[in-house]
Design a protein around this ligand. Structure first.
Ligand code: FAD
Ligand code: SF4
Length: 497
């Protein structure tokens, strides 16, 4: 079983999941990562917060610095703790929507529970189970905010009408440790989620990496930026440079697992495959943001002691909106809404403060996502050392979003909220961070495609494990699918001939 030179590139969710599978089978693993860390000032602020029983605004200021909400959106920064690339919400979805690679659905099933061995799941047993099995015995529910409780009660009252119209709803599925477990404290409902969780209740790949390093299961080499890989016989040479000094490095591996995220992986592969003039198509799950006003108000006293992640998921299945569900996640009160409101009202804010706060009591934000077949794409090409990304419009995308808004509007009574349609924002490809498909897995891969072990045509010992290999992008949050697929590749790679 021992192979001294298996290298994983990247330490985000995909790489970490692949590493778990490899070390579970006894392989020694080296992880190379471009690796950015939490700045010293923020590290100090987090340590001070954890040591203090009282969290005042001055203590919280370094955490909140730079997070500014405007009418264009709430910054979903999620960057302060652990990896720069934590993921938050998880949903199993690929089993419903893996087009083109029919074999994948069944093959992925055993790997979701494997991922939940190291990722916490906050969920509830509700109607969403029909579409999204939990795959975990250790899930725990998070307490919804007061506004979300009101909303769920309203939805339950109108459940029959809503189901008839294609709406399925329930508590959000989140990668959050709801209750204390082993050394983890669990969520304390401090409402700081958008700045990063100081209690590490929100899962980040860095937590698992930390455990693996501590147990000496992997060797972690940070500040290494990989430029390309090159196969020579039984060896893969990894060409890299030091992120800080720029000094070149070369590593020799017998096998490489590449999980740098869609854009960096595209750059590395275009160089490695020596196809500098090739153009890749990046598939995206179109993202839109829609403020809502709820029928039920929440007093300002209910704006404390809550989490500020998505509270409720609503899936809309309607043939008029295509063959895939539209995924909607609803966020209730968040202090950044106050900033957004000030931004909208400008100098009038002090005069309109009272009605503004009445609105705030009812305000929610819906983040919606479409399946990639209904979304825009982007073309990626290498121009010298720079990767050029060009948006490709798809008129169906915006039309579908408008139909979704109309449908929400028509069902406002049963849903318990009315959309503020003039404030709808539709993002460009990549903005929602749910993208991939640049090197799609195929049973018989052609140029710029991968086999079911993530190997790009032309490379035998290099496996891509991130979203680059997903043939399509589901409307739901994708990180769990990426992790399950990366785990599968880490477990099954030796079947590849
Ligand atoms: C702000 C934000 C919010 C998100 N929220 C959610 C959510 O709620 N739910 C959800 O499911 N998904 C969410 N996503 C998407 C999710 O984070 C990604 O799908 C997931 O992180 C992809 O994992 P990955 O391991 O493939 O890539 P990444 O997480 O991007 O990790 C890539 C790793 O590779 C390293 N790397 C990159 N280039 C190089 C290089 N050249 N050499 C060496 N190392 C390199 C990086 O340092 C990093 O460690 C969000 C993304 C963002 C940005
Ligand atoms: S409310 Fe958010 S930031 Fe606070 S402990 Fe819970 S998950 Fe972490």
């Amino acid at each position: 079983m021992s192979d001294p030179s298996i290298y994983i590139i990247g330490s985000g969710p995909a790489s970490i999941s692949c590493a778990q599978a490899l070390i579970g089978d006894g392989y020694p693993v080296v992880i190379l990562d471009a690796g950015l860390e939490l700045e010293a000032e923020k590290q100090k602020a987090v340590a001070a917060l954890l040591a203090s029983p009282q969290w005042d605004e001055a203590a919280l200021a370094p955490l909140k610095a730079g997070a500014h909400a405007t009418v264009n959106g709430i910054p979903v920064r999620k960057k302060l703790f652990g990896s720069d690339y934590p993921y938050r919400e998880v949903l199993e979805h690929l089993s419903i929507h893996v087009d083109q690679v029919a074999t994948q659905a069944a093959e992925l099933a055993p790997y979701y529970p494997a991922v939940f061995e190291f990722v916490p799941l906050a969920a509830a047993r509700d109607d969403l189970l029909e579409m999204f099995p939990l795959h975990s015995d250790t899930y725990q529910p998070l307490t919804p905010s007061w506004q979300a409780k009101q909303l769920l009660q309203h939805l339950n009252k109108h459940r029959a009408q809503l189901r008839e119209k294609g709406f399925t709803y329930g508590a959000s599925r989140l990668a959050v440790q709801a209750q204390p477990r082993e050394e983890q404290k669990g969520c304390i409902y401090c409402g700081l989620c958008m700045y990063g969780c100081p209690h590490h209740a929100i899962y980040s790949a860095a937590q698992t990496l930390g455990h693996m390093v501590q147990k000496k299961q992997v060797r972690y080499v940070k500040n290494v930026v990989v430029d390309c890989v090159e196969e020579a016989g039984e060896t893969v040479r990894i060409h890299a440079h030091d992120r800080l000094s720029g000094a070149p490095h070369t590593f020799a591996a017998t096998r490489v697992f590449l999980g740098c995220g869609v854009i960096p992986t595209a750059k590395i592969l275009l160089k490695s495959l020596q196809q500098p003039s090739a153009t890749l198509t990046m598939r995206d799950s179109l993202y839109f943001l829609l403020p809502l006003v709820g029928w039920h108000g929440a007093s300002s006293s209910s704006r404390v002691h809550l989490h500020t992640l998505a509270q409720v998921f609503i899936e809309i299945m309607d043939q008029a909106l295509g063959n895939y569900p539209v995924h909607c996640q609803l966020y209730t009160y968040n202090e950044l809404y106050v900033q957004a409101m000030k931004d909208v009202l400008g100098k009038a804010y002090p005069f309109l403060k009272y009605p503004a706060h009445l609105l705030l009591d009812r305000l929610m934000v819906l983040q919606g996502y479409l399946h990639s077949d209904l979304s825009e794409t982007a073309e990626i090409s290498l121009q010298g050392e720079t990767l050029a990304v060009q948006r490709k419009e798809n008129p169906v995308a915006a039309q579908t979003v408008r139909k979704v808004v109309k449908k929400l509007y028509r069902n406002a009574f049963s849903l318990g909220f009315v959309p503020l349609a003039p404030l709808l924002k539709i993002a460009h490809p990549g903005h929602g961070a749910h993208c991939g498909g640049t090197f799609p897995m195929r049973l018989n891969p052609g140029n710029l495609e991968t086999d079911i072990y993530g190997r790009p045509a032309g490379l035998r010992r290099v496996h891509v494990v991130d979203a680059s290999v997903l043939p399509s992008i589901p409307s739901t949050t994708i990180a769990l699918n990426i992790m399950a697929n990366a785990y599968r590749i880490g477990k099954e790679w030796h079947h590849a001939v």
